[in-house]
Design a protein around this ligand. Structure first.
Ligand SMILES: [Fe+2]
Ligand SMILES: [Fe+2]
Length: 361
């Protein structure tokens, strides 16, 4: 583990638009730093990388942002499978753009994690060794072309519901990364809807292919919001720190409420006989996902876990020459004032922590 250590005590810098509560030249004690941190959170302002933060807050962010970053890059695989088999040049171009966007999301998020003092190489090691996880839906197969549409409409749609509140997350770099990610996820979601629209307005066989794909992806998408709130290990504290704003259950309900009218427009039926509008609640009632299955898939026993991870490791190994060339280029052009990587105080999350909360939010 390449974990560096701070050589100087962390300080309150006031970069979180919070100002410093301490006079110049005085080393603030931990109680003062903690009080300032709590006030920034309570005032709904942002914590920035150079601000003091409790170790547990830093660890939670590293776990969540790393899991999110891993999900973006491993999440390229199910659709990449269809790039060479897209039914038209336009569909191929759209899918290629989407898959490239996901790589970019990974880049923003690894960069955001590095502001917390961890190294991208260590996070990737943790992914490849199974110590950190990625979202469970990625471990399901895309059996037909319609799966690319259903996957994007449902899972990118679920990602938006999860991630829009993260644009207001208390950690500045994460919140800012989310703004751009959400704009691009919106395109992903719409192109998925558009792809399904084409199929549902096509031949009976195409319509059936779209319905079967929705049957496969409905529950993996619902499971993306993680376990119920009462069983979610990290939710309470993450909400207190305003890293996340809503419970897994609230977000799952919001997603169902948004999706059902869209499914009606498409002429597709979610695979849930108990799905119906509840006038009293003002929400749709629905059957929740199988959380035992979710746990099994998170722990590595889904239909494609082994394949996805093996492919990721292979891609990483085969890309070693690119990283070496980039490092050599950077070394050649490094100016003397460029120092080593910022020091860190915290190692990446453990496997146990990573498995506990499925939702990236
Ligand atoms: Fe993404
Ligand atoms: Fe996406």
């Amino acid at each position: 583990m390449r974990t560096a250590h701070r050589t100087t005590p962390p300080t309150v810098t006031g970069t979180g638009a919070a100002g410093t509560p301490h006079g110049h030249g005085t080393a603030p004690d931990e109680a003062g730093l903690r009080a300032h941190f709590e006030k920034v959170i309570a005032d709904d302002r942002k914590i920035e990388p150079r601000d003091w933060m409790p170790d547990a807050y830093r660890r939670t962010l590293v776990r969540q942002i790393a899991q999110h970053a891993h999900s973006e890059i491993v999440g390229m695989q199910p659709e990449a499978n269809w790039l060479t088999r897209a039914p038209s040049l336009a569909r191929k171009t759209i899918l290629l753009a989407k898959v490239q966007d996901e790589a970019g999301h990974g880049l923003y998020l690894y960069a955001a994690a590095e502001t917390l003092g961890v190294h991208r190489a260590d996070l990737l090691d943790a992914l490849h060794e199974g110590r950190q996880r990625y979202l469970s839906f990625i471990n399901y197969p895309t059996l037909t072309w319609a799966d690319t549409g259903a996957l994007a409409w449902l899972t990118d749609g679920a990602a938006i519901v999860n991630q829009v509140p993260l644009c207001r997350s208390s950690y500045g770099p994460y919140a800012r990364a989310m703004v751009r990610v959400c704009k691009e996820e919106s395109f992903h979601h719409r192109q998925g809807f558009d792809s399904l629209w084409a199929l549902t307005h096509g031949t009976p066989a195409q319509r059936q292919m779209a319905q079967e794909a929705v049957d496969r992806w409905w529950y993996p998408a619902l499971a993306m919001f993680g376990p119920p709130h009462h069983a979610s290990v990290h939710s309470e504290q993450s909400m207190a720190w305003r890293i996340k704003r809503f419970t897994n259950d609230e977000l799952r309900q919001r997603f169902v409420d948004i999706c059902v009218p869209q499914a009606e427009l498409l002429g597709l039926t979610p695979p849930d006989a108990d799905l119906r509008w509840n006038d009293d609640r003002g929400h749709y009632d629905f059957t929740p996902p199988d959380f035992d299955e979710l746990t099994r898939v998170i722990k590595g026993d889904g239909p494609c876990n082994r394949q996805r991870l093996a492919h990721r490791r292979r891609a990483h190994d085969e890309g070693a020459w690119v990283r070496e060339a980039a490092a050599a280029h950077a070394a050649k052009h490094r100016t003397p004032h460029h120092g080593p990587h910022p020091a860190a105080t915290t190692a990446p999350a453990t496997a146990d922590e990573a498995t506990a909360d499925e939702a990236a939010a």
